[in-house]
Write a new protein. Sequence first.
Length: 708
Amino acid sequence: MGQMSFTPVESLDEDAARQELARLADILLKANAAYHQDDAPVMSDAEFDALKQRNAEIEQLFPNLKRSDSPSELVGAAPSDGFSKVTHEISMLSLANAFDAQDIVDFDQRIRKYLGLSDEDDLSYTAEPKIDGLSLSLRYEEGALVQAATRGDGRVGEKVTANAETVNDIPGKIANAPKLLEVRGEVYMAHDDFGALNARQAETGGKTFANPRNAAAGSLRQLDSEVTRARPLRFFAYAWGAVSEPFAKTQFEAIKKLKSFGFQTNPLTITCRNTEEMLQHYARIEAQRATLGYDIDGVVYKVDDLGLQGRLGFRSTTPRWAVAHKFPAELAWTRLESIDIQVGRTGALSPVARLSPVTVGGVVVSNATLHNEDYIAGRDNKGDLIRDGKDIRVGDWVQVYRAGDVIPKIADLDLSKRPDGAERYVFPETCPQCQSAAVREVGDAVRRCTGGLICPAQAVEKLKHFVSRPAFDIEGLGTKQVEQFYADGWIAEPADIFTLRDRYGAGMQQLKNREGWGEKSASKLFDAIDEKRKVPLGRFLYSLGIRHVGEAASNLLARHYGTYDALDRAMDAATEMNGDAWEDLLSIDGVGEVMATSLVTTMTQASEKASIERLVRQLDVQEAVRPMASESPVTGKTVVFTGTLEKMTRAEAKARAESLGAKVSGSVSSKTDILVAGPGAGSKAKKASELGVETIDEDGWLELIEGA
Ligand code: IVH
């Protein structure tokens, strides 16, 4: 795919169209299988859709070329129609909003009036964080989870039972609970887990999420529950729907009961005797907001007495007995002074908004990300309009926001304040750093500089990555030093780091004379560099900063190929992206087409290859050894897992197999030794039996490795 530029469909001749249809069929069919059968997406939904769209356009222009295996009928990754509908026995309502202290006083007054209470009468409320996730209703019958449903429009939701079952915080069975109990609460993703998930997604070329809420929603609404299982979702219970019998007298007691049934309940839930206490708790929660580790967007107050809740009842879509006191949005308006383009390690051109400084949620902001050219133009990565299609122009009055501690973003703009003569922003089609062409590949939202090593921005970013902690981690050689050395022409590529002593060490005059360097620090630096010459293959590979090839993948590749020479030979053999070496690369569980393409393209491109080889000559790249304590019954065997595993997760099964010296692959071939097939195993089991591959079930596997 790396070679497939965005040739306009109209300018394809018949031959080119035929070739491209073949290529698209191959990529899309594999991507589809990777997504639906292997739980290992090799591209984002947007990429998939874009490729499918291109395929359709070509087919429309050349109907006679439509292939018998045309991917045009494939159902993409959009799950929306894939779930069956559930009508909630009791509607899932939303909450009325309040924004300031007066709104809360009014809320209390309204309730007192409705109930005929005076200001002196006791009236307690609970106060708890409003979790920013998505609500879920869990139906338990005789203590067993029988159905999970999303809120949907409040009346009809989607049935996501199999997915909910994979969430750790959601018990499959509960004890001492009413015969029928619908537990309601919020599914969310913690900040740490969100960060790790996005990093993993980016590494594997998958879809990354804008915020934890989107990630939680996207993860819960997966057609394949195995994908959900791999996503770190959590759940707080805070309410209930249908129940066979009352199980508490107050809201607070009910929450305690939910906890005793085995649910997570929010520890910041308290009872308050009056509005002052409610507002105090609001202030307390707001102060803790940044350190909670998950997103909340306000505080919910509920009348504590369930008898009174019953009397108060509901308005059309919200209960009278509760209100959400929202946190003020971290938003501010300011002027967009200019748009700069930054060039990253992989050549990505990232537009950055330079803003007239403004305080957003207590922090002064003068830069914000503009994501990519489509975002500036008012489109998302599917081509749909955002901000009603308003494009962003220099001079515009823009609304800036911060979500958590992430980079500020621009939410909206005020057309009425647009200066006369403001012009549509034209995204550069050449790299601002090296003037090479900057191109967009099919399905890529990002325009990238094609300058490779000749691009100074890419070179510096690559060097920074090379010396970063998970890569070479050379003491005394950080971002600042790398920038300085590069600017002075001392280092242009990683190999140059290792010849610094030879070139500048003798007199050491030049380094010594620099600001911040003395004889001691200079020789310390050279020693620190020498110390890192011996490097494990996985770390070496990661340090090259190849797009889509992250830390985990680098280690997988290292373990698969063993030595740099073997890896290098395999890449050469896979240049054409077909044949045995290519198939072998794709057979590594965790390596998809996108990553493989990037790896092969980079490692075989002449100047990149020469640069890597210069580096290798300076190093002692260690052979990767499988962590193998002793021989086990599966040592050296190639194992494939398929279907549903019931006693362990896929990730767990794979890690265990690898620790016993087995090689875990994602697809069945003649090289497969054992297929472990759980319920629902499909094409892989069939293929294994055709090839005569030994097939066992999960219990058989556990027996086989027992005691190993
Ligand atoms: S109580 C009948 N408590 O906020 C009212 N909702 O804006 C039941 N939410 O749809 C909701 N945290 O998804 C309640 N502690 C909390 C909540 C909470 C988050 C969500 C819930 C609801 C939405 C309303």
